[in-house]
Design a protein around this ligand. Structure first.
Ligand code: 5GP
Ligand code: ZN
Length: 111
């Protein structure tokens, strides 16, 4: 198993897990880009957003982002949810994950 997130889910690589459901985990990003930087990661190995055909799972990812924003106190100050897909999207880890960023003012730029 070479996927780093699959290894984290299996417990073979340590992570700071902050939340878990039947279908996903939420961990702290190892190189945080903001005071709050979490990753919501489905337990199923889906390489990219293109591979996720389950609208319920996609809904759960966003629902989890909202839940974690509230839990970390950034619900009202604001936060960003982000999925990078493939090369032009800047995806580095090819296991679907949703970034949850907040705790500082983030640029309005999309670039
Ligand atoms: P991507 O660019 O693929 O959307 O983002 C991958 C993210 O995973 C990056 O923000 C990176 O810091 C994070 N990351 C990579 N390896 C690890 C790891 O081993 N543990 C944790 N917690 N985060 C990781
Ligand atoms: Zn994986």
């Amino acid at each position: 198993m070479e996927c780093i997130f699959c290894q984290i889910i299996a417990g073979a690589i340590p992570s700071e897990k902050v939340h878990e459901t039947e279908s996903l985990i939420v961990i702290k990003d190892i190189a945080p880009q903001a005071p709050t930087h979490l990753l919501a990661i489905p337990k199923a190995h889906l390489p990219t957003l293109n591979d996720c055909k389950d609208p319920n799972l996609l809904g759960e990812l966003l629902d989890t982002a909202r839940f974690m924003a509230k839990a970390t106190g950034i619900e009202e100050s604001g936060y960003r949810t982000l999925i990078n897909t493939n090369a032009d999207g800047g995806q580095v880890v090819h296991h679907l994950h949703l970034h949850i960023l907040g705790g500082r003012s983030l640029s309005s730029s999309m670039g």
